[in-house]
Ligand binder design. Structure first.
Ligand code: HEC
Ligand code: HEC
Length: 271
């Protein structure tokens, strides 16, 4: 039984097609080809916009047509088939490569869905244009938020010295501090990859960069030699992940819109 458990998933995994590229269905989509959803109440869309703004904007863009790091969602198949957040909730709960899983309630995801579904599938909606400037917060409030939330790991006279001068586009700056590595633009640095330590039953340890992990396999790339894949059965081998961005992923769900605006306004001044 144990052996079966270990082998079966391997076969399943290999049978899987490569991850679909959700942003490029080659056919020209016509809005009427998709199910008409009754328009959601305005306040539901507004609530969704706020939750989306905090959790999804920096990767998928304010208008859900794609941002740094995340694809266009308007024509994404999951989104097109979704009615009321039920399919989107699954993505949010599971996460995707490059997208952390998030703890949002079904009601919150339903609101997000209402917001995303409020966009026209075809065409360009001028009212959804990004505002002129995203620097709309209060720098002093951002400074105290930084002191209470970020200063344990960062300092504006140390590792983040001059960050507002180094990253001159406030949008990129905002994306960078919310999710380092996602703000690909002038001045943004690459972040260190997630590393992993695999300890086999014999006590032998393998360290390296995490290539992939699921409940059944873990693949580690060392500095020399090809990547190694270990079959996981329960807690054997022992797997310890070191994700440098874990603190940022954990913080993601905690920011309010104001926190984000204020912190960005503050970091812009750190020259
Ligand atoms: C840190 C960046 C990031 C954040 C934050 C993020 N996403 Fe994503 N998202 C991605 C990436 C990257 C993909 C593409 C993954 C892939 O192609 O496998 C994606 C894909 C998706 C998809 C399509 C999944 C599919 O299988 O086609 C949906 C739907 C989605 N995201 C919704 C959301 C929602 C809703 C939020 C906010 C609650 C969110 N994302 C937050 C990066 C992000
Ligand atoms: C528990 C520790 C921790 C906390 C708290 C934390 N960060 Fe980070 N931060 C990190 C780590 C680790 C990295 C990635 C470093 C690397 O590349 O390995 C990082 C990266 C960054 C970067 C990218 C650095 C660059 O030069 O491009 C910025 C900007 C940043 N954090 C800002 C913030 C802000 C603002 C807060 C508070 C809202 C915060 N961080 C909270 C640990 C933390």
């Amino acid at each position: 039984m144990r052996i079966l458990l270990a082998i079966l998933p391997v076969a399943l995994l290999h049978a899987q097609p490569p991850a679909p590229a959700p942003s490029k269905p080659p056919v020209r989509v016509r809005p009427q080809a998709y199910p008409d959803r009754p328009p959601a109440p305005a306040e539901k869309v507004e609530r969704g916009k706020a939750v989306y703004g905090v959790n999804c904007t920096f990767c998928h863009g304010t208008d859900a047509r794609g941002g740094s790091g995340g694809p266009n969602l308007i024509r994404n198949e999951v989104v097109l088939k979704d009615q009321d957040g039920e399919l989107i909730a699954k993505v949010v709960r599971e996460g995707r490569e490059g997208m952390p899983k998030m703890n949002l309630t079904d009601a919150q995801v339903s609101d997000i869905a209402a917001f995303i579904h409020s966009f026209k599938v075809g065409g360009y909606d001028a009212s959804r244009m990004t505002p002129e400037t995203i620097v709309v917060g209060k720098a002093d409030a951002g400074k105290s938020h930084f002191a209470s939330t970020c200063a344990g790991c960062h300092s504006v006279t140390g590792d983040l010295k001059g960050i507002g001068g180094r990253i001159t586009d406030p949008k990129v700056l905002q994306q960078t501090w919310i999710m380092p590595g996602s703000g690909r633009g002038a001045g943004a640095r690459r972040v260190s990859p997630t590393t992993v330590t695999v300890t086999e039953a014999s006590g032998k340890k393998t360290n390296g960069r995490l290539v992939r992990i699921d409940d059944f396999l873990v693949t580690v790339a060392g500095s020399d030699g090809p990547p190694r894949t270990f079959t996981r059965v329960g807690d054997v081998p022992r797997v310890e992940l070191h994700d440098p961005l874990k603190p940022h992923k954990d913080l993601l769900a905690k920011y309010t819109d104001d926190d984000i605006h204020n912190l960005t306004a503050y970091l812009v001044t750190v020259k």
